[in-house]
Design a protein around this ligand. Structure first.
Ligand code: GDP
Length: 296
């Protein structure tokens, strides 16, 4: 990763060799390359601007180290700033409460919400040794509840029995009661998606959140949708108290720039990335890895 951007920056800095410090005009010229790299990786324009400004301030006047070229040095500064902006450390779920801990999943239809619900449930039950139950509150999409039940069987995770005709808030109440009575550690609520953000969806989410009082509200977004994903995240974060984001389809050719914008727009950590269709295709979000991907 250090090669490609530092190659691009190499020419800018060649004449700087042997000088003492990174000067402002060279740094600004280098930042034009950084700006292009970030835009190509799908980082939102306002985020790019803010980022470039911050890094320029940091870099100007820094002593040129003997061990690396000035280009490499700037790439390192850019890389470190990216990692910091992405949240520095991986951030896991916060389920340290009297059970059952409630995890509510929200997002648009097709974002990978139901699959991600099952992936996290499987991970919690296998790695975290938690007793997990999942419940689908999606009464909009035909067969959504059945889909979660099938995934539950595949993942060896319990699902709330389906009662036809019940509405989301009532399903949430029933799920809570069942999870308490049956001694589950974690209850995962898979809410309905829509094709676009609309008010009915937001009202439904708020009503469910009011009843369930979740410890975690995770927004699932498709990394391949780039800038759209950022707009979706903005709308959701304005309406519900998100605690984190899951970026799906990071196994595809998304450059990862959406991750940076997401964090800047929602102010919430990205907790997981989806890395495939299979139920094991999920990882804790690693800021350093994604920073590398953004720099290409
Ligand atoms: P929902 O409508 O948001 O609940 O979306 P689904 O969970 O039904 O997922 C839609 C499609 O995306 C399915 O075919 C999933 O297998 C696929 N999918 C979900 N997450 C990922 C991921 O991280 N990588 C890939 N390649 N496919 C995914």
């Amino acid at each position: 990763m250090f090669e490609s951007l530092s190659e691009r920056l190499g020419g800018v800095f060649d004449r700087l060799r042997g000088r003492g410090a990174l000067n402002e005009s060279d740094v600004r010229e280098a930042m034009r390359e950084v700006r292009v790299a970030l835009l190509e990786a799908d980082v939102a324009l306002p985020v790019v601007r803010q980022f470039v400004e911050k890094v320029t301030e940091q870099a100007v006047g820094q002593q040129v180290l003997r061990s690396v070229t000035p280009g490499q040095q700037v790439v390192k500064i850019v890389n470190d700033a990216l990692v910091e902006m992405l949240g520095s450390e991986a951030s896991d779920l916060n389920l340290d409460v009297t059970p059952p801990a409630i995890v509510m999943m929200v997002g648009l239809q097709g974002s990978g919400k139901t699959t991600t619900t099952a992936k996290i449930a499987k991970r919690l039950s296998e790695k975290g040794r938690k007793k997990v139950m999942m419940a689908s509150l999606d009464v909009n999409r035909p067969a959504a509840q059945e889909q979660l039940a099938v995934l539950g069987t595949q993942a060896s995770v319990a699902t709330l029995p389906i009662v036809t005709g019940q509405q989301p808030v009532d399903i949430a109440r029933r799920a809570l009661q069942a999870a308490k009575l049956q001694g589950f550690d974690v209850l995962m609520l898979d809410t309905a998606g829509r094709l676009h953000v609309d008010q009915a969806l937001m009202e439904e989410m708020k009503a469910v959140a009011a009843v369930a009082e979740p410890e975690e509200i995770l927004l699932v977004v498709d990394a391949l949708t780039g800038q759209d994903a950022v707009n979706v995240a903005k709308s959701f974060s304005e309406q519900v108290a998100l605690t984190g984001v899951v970026l799906t389809r990071m196994d595809g050719d998304a450059r990862g720039g959406a991750a940076l914008s997401m964090r800047a727009v929602t102010g919430k950590p990205i907790k997981f990335v989806g890395t495939g269709e299979k139920l094991d295709g999920i990882e804790l979000f690693q800021p350093a890895r994604v920073a590398g991907r953004i720099l290409g």
